[in-house]
Design a protein around this ligand. Sequence first.
Ligand SMILES: Nc1ncnc2c1ncn2[C@@H]1O[C@H](COP(=O)(O)OP(=O)(O)OP(=O)(O)O)[C@@H](O)[C@H]1O
Ligand SMILES: [Mg+2]
Length: 265
Amino acid sequence: MAAGLIVGLRSMPYQLERVKTGIPGFDEILDGGIPRRNVVLISGGPGTGKSILSQQYLWNGLRAGENGVYVALEEHPVQVRVNMAQFGWDVKPYEREGSFAIVDAFTGGIGEAAKREKYVVRDPTDVGLLIDVLKEAIRDTGAQRVVIDSVSTLYLTKPSVARSVVMMLKRVLSGMGTTSLLVSQVSVTERGFGGPGVEHAADGIVRLDLDEVDGELKRSLIVWKMRGTRHSMRRHPFEITSKGIVVYHDKVLKLDRGRAREESI
Ligand SMILES: Nc1ncnc2c1ncn2[C@@H]1O[C@H](COP(=O)(O)OP(=O)(O)OP(=O)(O)O)[C@@H](O)[C@H]1O
Ligand SMILES: [Mg+2]
């Protein structure tokens, strides 16, 4: 019987469930997508495309029937809707039908526009409170995808709690069955991924970069780690187009002492 079981297992290899980001070129370098329930750090300097990539991930989920929640800590929810609409990602109908929600962890409930928000964190510095509102939004929408933009805001004044904050979020996000992106801000010159120990707590890290080469800024990304799957180990160039991010999975960007070279693989 034991032998039969082993044969059975061999003939039926464990299939890892993946969440397709739907971002052109990105799933290719992730060997098909993000392993379900992973909590992935999207790390990078200012203007590298972290928010756009995360919003595109949520939008593609909605189009594929996977509900989503976006936690706005850096920008007004109204501004988030405007930014997304610029790429043709109009989330309002999804909010109305209850398949998408924005958690307002920005305004603290202050201002006229904030009064129209359904999910408001009254004190955005209170992580416990934020998690309570987030849980409610995930339950109401049945979200499978969550974005927190950004987690850095949660421990800016207390770097020592960074790891525990991320662990707390991970327990909730993964526990509720979501596959999530945590946006992490690093300074222009920083080599790391933002916050002490955060990089170990996350299941995956994708680093977005912007490098000035010969008077021109070049965008690239690299998958630093992704638990549960193999992935590209190369630095891939990407672009932000009028329809969102396009990753060139068949190209590699080589940075060498202020010079960049793009090569086909
Ligand atoms: N419609 C557009 N078409 C092409 N590029 C755009 C468009 N809108 C914004 N961008 C580019 O995207 C950048 C902003 O990207 P994004 O907001 O995702 O950055 P970020 O990494 O979240 O930055 P921050 O840490 O400051 O929030 C802009 O600086 C600009 O270069
Ligand atoms: Mg941003």
